[in-house]
Write a protein that binds this ligand. Sequence first.
Ligand code: ATP
Ligand code: MG
Length: 270
Amino acid sequence: MILLEIRDLHATVNEVEILSGVNLKINSGEVVALLGPNGHGKSTLLQVIMGHPKYTVTKGKIIYKGKDLLKMTVDERARAGLFLAMQNPSEVPGVMISDFLRTAINTKRERPIKPIELFRVIDKASKEMQMPYDLASRNLNEGFSGGEKKRHEILQMKLLQPELAMLDEIDSGLDVDGIRIVSQQINEEKKDKTFLVISHYARLYDLINPSRAVVMINGRVVIEGDMELVKRIDKEGYEWIQIEHNIDIEREDKRPIVLEVCAINERSKK
Ligand SMILES: Nc1ncnc2c1ncn2[C@@H]1O[C@H](COP(=O)(O)OP(=O)(O)OP(=O)(O)O)[C@@H](O)[C@H]1O
Ligand SMILES: [Mg+2]
């Protein structure tokens, strides 16, 4: 069953077009890897799906479970089962994590969660994610280390139980144990969820074993494949796509393409 269908999606930020005709279908239960050079619109796509007001959709459609997603508010999208773990989670001083999680959990429940139950689930999830013991009483992401912010995004996913979890560079900033814990959680949640996962590194994808990989260049999905595609990009970067698929990597003019560290490492071994 198709869970999400994106048709010819165009979107701008500050009147600059970032998405230039994205087409993508995601079936229920898939784990889709989204790759692409820096600055080519991956995070923008996820933010537009989630409904970030900074972006203006100028053309195209997003259909989620048969409904016109673009007509829904962010709140309605979250209640319909969408979840976004952001590339750079914001610090929100003054908002206690227990209050934030209670509000988020309650929007999806008929009866509010009891305080004792709330602390039980937060305590269990923070142990599983190996987060600080005083997590519930701290402010949202305030003073969190880079890795703690990423672990906390997965903790939220576990508590909110979305249908479509979109994870934007969830592996950036995680230490070796963090990557293992996060990928274990993704693998457990894969049984009843669909994932759209952005990462620059084959390492994460090796651990979560995506069913499909798609590559975004110049604000469009230009190639689809499987783990072989992920491995090739990890080894060779993106230049071969330009040559073999005759695609100009246009955004190079606006921002230089930064080859990822593992691609450089792989090349330097040759
Ligand atoms: N407010 C803005 N004004 C102008 N351009 C912007 C603005 N916000 C984002 N952009 C540009 O949009 C482009 C796409 O950004 P996006 O964050 O979607 O890239 P990405 O593919 O996720 O890259 P990365 O791999 O580095 O995370 C970038 O060139 C970025 O500079
Ligand atoms: Mg990004």
